[in-house]
Ligand binder design. Structure first.
Ligand code: FEO
Ligand code: CA
Length: 645
């Protein structure tokens, strides 16, 4: 949701950087041999070929009030902000919102989506649970009377409004069913659930109980009220959901009393403009009163959607940063491996490997698997090697001399630890997901307006893994673990990496874009963010340009392409969002016949003044008495076939 300011491409010097990368490709091809590469063994084979390509007729760049999908496809609105989730939810009354009603209704700004088949463990593609993150709120579009100056509406917000916002965050779990080709939601029932900023969440792992997590409301440091700014997420092999707390800093106001606390909070972006009115009405969001409350957010949260009574858990072993999401897979020995991005300019890419293997025969045995293991951070070497640097207390600089008294300190101040061990600062790491067909990992970097060729800090200049400075359009890297597609050694200490796509308009030389050479005038995109893989292993890329869509001339959407073969990186435009919306959470049913998409913050980005009374679109209802509503859509093929074929 951050806006990166656009900037022209970097021309000549960028060409030099790309030239360096190309020589590295020669190294990978065996022209020269680096010791590190040799140690990794032979290059792995790709998985089985996919298909003859994507056959849909791509849609056009542009921007208007509604959703577009290709001919032969349909998109149906499945859940809207305010729709009932719990069985006793009241009807949506947009001019009379209450926290009590919102606590039972679908929240705001849907982001991550997971389709969890019913029953658990099946591949049912017509009946399951839809799990949805509600990342943040846009008060000016939710409540009447808040339009006006950029941030001054906060001072006018009532406690009743803030309490609605607390309930509009978090997650929804709702049963959905497809019959006669049409999806519908079934509110209530066994699994329906809302998780919000008033839900009790447990804390586990090495930082649970730590002094820096204690507050006046929770001296145990093991019970937090709520989960916040849940952006993307992941699904574990044991059928639980991971939900990522991303921009947690923006809900807090005030200044911590101690210089040490302020310094640590600065590392996470605290201290900027107040963006929410939470602290005006709830003391726990005021850093001058509860400085430790901020340490209780920025975690990855796990919960079991199949057990509506289960207590969600903040898994501190996974580190504290602006978690974007988690790509989860298994190493050949059964240990679970999570790939995670920290979405801010010049932040890092992480990997977590569990200490114990996943037990496929005993679901309960995996309950606390994510509480112990090794968190590592990525260093991208110029020679195409990716080193995973472990963040282990007592090793290298991670000692008391640098302020780390225990592993818990490393996990609370993960960014600081990652910097000390020499991680590579990246261009806003967003989704990092594992392609189930070729076993490769796709890491998405959305943009970075502040990477500069002449930056005074050498770590903030372009490098082979972030080759453009500034980088307004983002890029996608392909990471390759040693081993074959079905036996990739995801826990190995070193991988190989390469560039998959450099986004932006390939017709403008200064942009320095790179796709398949035949990409069409509609096939290029900017600011990739989330992705999904269909059953054939093709990648579906969702974008979040922020305000910059006004410069690219197209709304956000989904672009799809093959990852191998003759049409590798030949991206085609598949779905376009309404004005001001970001496209999130692409998620397929196991049969690949439905693609769920989250349409987040329609009428918000790049549209000028935000006004409840006069939004630039009233999607999806288009009724004068209904506000614009973030919603989830289900995209299907009219002939019932596979999406993309
Ligand atoms: Fe919430 Fe990084 O997007
Ligand atoms: Ca995102």
């Amino acid at each position: 949701m951050f806006d990166d300011k656009p900037a022209p491409g970097a021309g000549r010097t960028m060409a030099e950087i790309l030239a360096a990368r190309l020589s590295r490709r020669d190294v990978l091809a065996g022209v020269a041999s680096a010791a590190a590469l040799a140690a990794m063994g032979p290059a792995r084979e790709l998985g089985a070929a996919t298909t003859g390509g994507l056959t849909f007729k791509e849609i056009a760049h542009g921007a208007d009030e509604t959703v577009h999908v290709p001919e032969g496809y349909r998109s149906d609105v499945l859940m809207r902000w305010g729709d009932p989730v719990l069985g006793d939810a009241p009807a949506f009354e947009p001019r009379a919102l209450t926290a009590a009603a919102q606590a039972k209704q679908f929240g705001y700004n849907n982001d991550f989506l997971a389709f969890m088949p019913l029953p658990l463990g099946s591949a049912n593609s017509t009946h399951g649970l839809l799990v949805v993150n509600h990342e943040y709120t846009v008060p000016q579009l939710m409540f009447a009377g808040l339009q006006g100056g950029e941030w001054d509406y906060q001072a006018r917000q009532t406690k009743a409004q803030v309490d609605v916002e607390l309930e509009a965050h978090g997650l929804s779990v709702i049963e959905i069913k497809k019959s006669k080709g049409q999806w519908r939601a079934l509110p209530g029932g066994t699994y329906a659930r809302r998780i919000s900023m008033t839900t009790e969440i447990a804390v586990s792992g090495p930082a649970a109980g730590h002094a820096r997590l204690k507050t006046s409301a929770d001296p145990s440091a093991r019970r937090v009220l709520g989960t916040l700014n849940n952006c993307a997420g992941g699904v574990t092999p044991w059928g639980t959901i991971l939900t990522a707390e991303e921009n947690f800093d923006m809900y807090f106001a005030g200044k911590a009393a101690s210089e040490a606390d302020r310094k640590r909070l600065d590392r996470y972006g605290f201290g900027g403009k107040q963006r929410y009115a939470f602290a005006n009405h709830h003391a726990r969001f005021d850093l001058s009163k509860e400085p430790n409350e901020a340490n209780r957010f920025g975690w990855m949260v796990e919960f079991d959607p199949y057990d509506p009574k289960s207590v969600p858990v903040k898994r501190t072993a996974l580190g504290r940063f602006k978690h974007e999401g988690a790509g989860v897979t298994l190493a050949p020995d059964g240990r679970a491996v999570l790939y995670m991005g920290d979405d801010q300019q010049f932040q890092y890419l992480y990997r977590f490997v569990t200490a114990k293997p996943y037990d496929p025969k005993n679901r309960a045995a995996n309950r606390d698997l994510l509480d112990s293991g090794t968190l590592s951070v990525a260093r991208f070497e110029d020679n195409g090697v990716l080193q995973w640097l472990p963040l282990v207390w007592g090793q290298g600089p991670l000692t008391a001399a640098n302020g780390f008294e225990s592993e818990a300190d490393i996990l609370i101040d993960t960014r600081h630890a990652a910097t000390l061990v020499g991680a590579t600062p990246m261009d806003r790491p967003e989704d990092v997901d594992v392609n189930p067909v070729n076993g490769r990992i796709y890491a998405i970097f959305t943009s970075n307006s502040n990477r500069k060729i002449e930056h005074e800090n050498a770590a903030r200049r372009p490098d082979p893994a972030n080759p453009r400075g500034p980088n307004p359009f983002g890029h996608i890297l392909e990471l390759m673990a040693p081993g074959g597609p079905t036996s990739a050694e995801h826990a190995a200490p070193a991988f190989r990496w390469d560039i998959f796509i450099l986004a932006g308009d390939p017709r403008v030389a200064d942009v320095g874009a790179r796709y398949h050479p035949q990409v069409s005038a509609n096939g290029w995109f900017g600011a990739p963010d989330n992705c999904a893989f269909d059953p054939r292993g093709r990648i579906w890329i969702a974008t979040d340009q922020g305000n910059n869509w006004t410069r690219t001339g197209t709304g956000d959407g989904i672009w799809a392409c093959e990852v191998q073969g003759a049409e590798r990186a030949l991206t085609k435009f598949f779905a376009r969002m309404p004005l001001g919306a970001e496209c999130c959470g692409p998620c397929f049913t196991p049969d690949g016949k439905t693609l769920f998409v989250a349409v987040q913050h329609p009428a918000a980005d790049g549209v000028g003044l935000l006004d409840f009374e006069n939004p630039v679109t009233r999607w999806p209802d288009f009724k004068a008495d209904m506000p614009v509503r973030p919603s989830v859509i289900a995209v299907t093929k009219k002939d019932g076939g596979l999406i993309g074929d």
